[in-house]
Design a binder for this molecule. Structure first.
Ligand SMILES: C[S@@+](CC[C@H](N)C(=O)[O-])C[C@H]1O[C@@H](n2cnc3c(N)ncnc32)[C@H](O)[C@@H]1O
Length: 218
């Protein structure tokens, strides 16, 4: 009889604990916290107007969609490229900033002062699979992707040279995989602020919601 009472009490305690955990939802809380604290900046090295317009625009769109807060473009000041990305941010939400800097060394100096770690994506670097764990401990990171040949000095000045496989491919793909690994897929649920339109995902068909017409600022 006594034993029955004890097991009943234990069961009740376990249920209470579960309910408490559900209420506090620690996992959600910490995930949110990490998401808020993490800061990602993308540096596009060596942009050339016209020639790199499409690829740089795609790098910026991937950076924005997959959780970076800014892209700094080192190279030609390409206002039309900036305008097209800014237009996307205005309509689909942000925050996301596009800026230009002639000299990558100035960018590095500023970021180092702010204690932001520098990661350079290159097929010659260490495979991401080997340093993923260490990388995730960095709260602020600036990730550099090249276009033309990257100077030797960049390899020496960064904190990490990271390979997304040791095969030659594309800066867009390398950036996307890096961002996904670094954020452990959490970027796929990112909420964008001050958007005018958004998509309500459908099993079939297309549904775009015009938030201005609905009258809400989500
Ligand atoms: C046209 S590729 C040049 C490939 C170059 N030989 C390199 O160092 O990776 C332009 C950019 O794509 C990125 N990239 C290409 N393949 C990569 C890989 N396997 N791992 C990481 N980044 C890569 C690099 O940022 C590189 O600067």
């Amino acid at each position: 009889m006594q034993e029955k009472k004890i097991t009943k009490r234990n069961k009740k305690n376990k249920l209470n604990q579960k309910a408490l955990l559900k209420k506090t939802n620690y996992k959600k809380y910490f995930t949110k916290l990490v998401r808020i604290i993490r800061e990602i900046i993308v540096i596009r090295y060596g942009h050339r107007t016209v020639r790199d317009y499409r690829v740089t625009s795609h790098c910026a769109l991937v950076a924005r969609a997959l959780g970076a807060k800014e892209i700094i473009i080192c190279g030609d000041k390409d206002e039309s490229m900036k305008k097209s990305v800014d237009d996307v941010t205005k309509r689909w939400g942000g925050p996301f900033k596009v800026s230009f800097e002639e000299d990558w060394k100035n960018v590095f100096k500023k970021l180092k002062k702010k204690k932001i770690k520098l990661a350079h994506l290159t097929m010659y670097g260490e495979n991401i699979t080997g340093i993923e764990k260490k990388l995730k401990k960095e709260q602020k990171i600036a990730v550099l992707i090249g276009s033309q040949k990257v100077e030797r000095e960049v390899y020496e000045k960064v904190d990490y040279n990271i390979a997304i496989t040791h095969q030659p491919h594309s800066e867009i793909a390398a950036l996307a995989i890096f961002l996904d690994r670094y954020q452990e897929g959490k970027e796929l649920e990112k909420k964008f602020k001050n958007k005018k339109i958004c998509i309500k995902g459908q099993k079939n068909g297309k549904k775009v919601v015009n938030l201005k017409r609905v009258g809400s600022k989500r």
